[in-house]
Design a protein around this ligand. Sequence first.
Ligand SMILES: [Zn+2]
Length: 295
Amino acid sequence: MWFCNPSFGQDVPKKVPKPDPLEELKGFTQTYYYSPGHQGRAKSIAVLMESAGKYFQREIEFTPQTTIYILAPQDWKSVAAKPLHDVYGFPHNIDDVRLAIAAEDNDFWRSFLPPVEQLPPPMALQVKKAYGKTDGSYTMMPFFDLLALHEMGHSYTSQAGLKMHRYWMGELFVNIMLHTYIAENQPELLPALETFPNLVIGAGTAEFKFTSLEDFERLYPTLGMGAKNYGWYQCKLHSAAKNIYNAGGDAILKKLWKALQTHQEEMTDKEFANMLKTEVHPSVANVYLTWDKID
Ligand SMILES: [Zn+2]
């Protein structure tokens, strides 16, 4: 979440020493440190990351070096970025190299799930299929696990020196990476990826003080909109990524990567939208032009 820490751009060693009491998963190209007892979760996340890494290497010809922490609650505070010390479960980049994700289900994930029996029946069915457990309870874990790829996406753009121009583009881009990888390679995971944003956006905006893209830009550096309101923005950007992929397929990811690599100059909002429309795809410009209509 999908948060990208402002310490980005600082020089960070590519191989970060393992903090105690974490353990290291061997046999993968990236570095994975996990809390004791969570080897299975670490492994399944590593398999997803490595498979995506191969796909992105083919598509955009770049692979960053990352260190991924899969953390139990007791190890969260000592590793997580400071603004998120108290929000266990909020996946984020600590810097260009290090990503933190939760190993266990938690209150933050649960806070997004309303009572399922009160949802409209078609939505309740979607939620049951995507997040239902055999014991009748629910977990958002299948969605949040995919966000490891979102976080890794930030390491791609920062380590490759792309200019994201706007905070919303920084977040949208990695959601396009995530959506494109899943749709092209593991479409069986699409319900887990799409249901959560559908659910959050479908619930409306009454709960949220901030909903405009201007507010997002202004409040992003300090997470000034609060963790949950930020989650709502991310859901809009996940839906936008889905719409973009559905409008133009995997070609958009490559075109957008190239455009953000090439255009290092400052642009006004209008110039930026125009560049996206003419050089990438109108659906990408529409995120800015028709933000309120994204669903
Ligand atoms: Zn992010």
